[in-house]
Design a binder for this molecule. Structure first.
Ligand code: AMP
Length: 123
């Protein structure tokens, strides 16, 4: 894996789809953005309004994620939830392959929930 600085000045990984989105190399529906995070619509939504909160800087997973960004991370999650205008939602972070992490760039799923939406955690 090769790391370099992207055009936005963030440490990025060459073969990472989320780094490419952050860098503007591949398109995504950006729902919200700030200095450190982007929130995009998931390309394969499990429920309506399925979002991904993605740090602009590349971290492989939660264990690499530094303490200093925790607060900004949670503030970004809250901003996104408030913008969605929902009260019922799941926050899911798949950490590691066995836990279902497919994209090796830390991200948190926000899944707005409605009665009868058919979504089951782990399914
Ligand atoms: P995970 O299984 O936690 O790694 O989830 C990765 C998520 O990224 C999945 O829900 C995918 O649908 C989503 N995803 C992958 N590629 C893209 C993309 N180019 N744009 C938006 N979402 C994506």
């Amino acid at each position: 894996m090769v790391y370099k600085f992207g055009v936005v000045g963030y440490f990025m990984s060459d073969d990472c789809v989320f780094c490419k989105i952050v860098n503007g190399d591949i398109p995504a529906e950006v729902f919200l953005a700030n200095d450190d995070f982007i929130v995009i619509l998931d390309a394969n939504p499990k429920v309506e309004g399925h979002l991904l909160v993605i740090p602009k800087r590349h971290y492989d997973n939660f264990l690499d994620f530094p303490l200093e960004v925790y607060e900004k991370f949670l503030v970004t999650v809250k901003d996104a939830v408030e913008k969605l205008g929902v009260k019922d939602f799941n926050l899911i972070l798949n950490n590691g392959k066995d836990a279902g992490q497919v994209v090796g760039h830390l991200h948190l799923h926000i899944l707005p929930r409605k009665e009868g939406d058919g979504f089951e955690i782990g399914a």
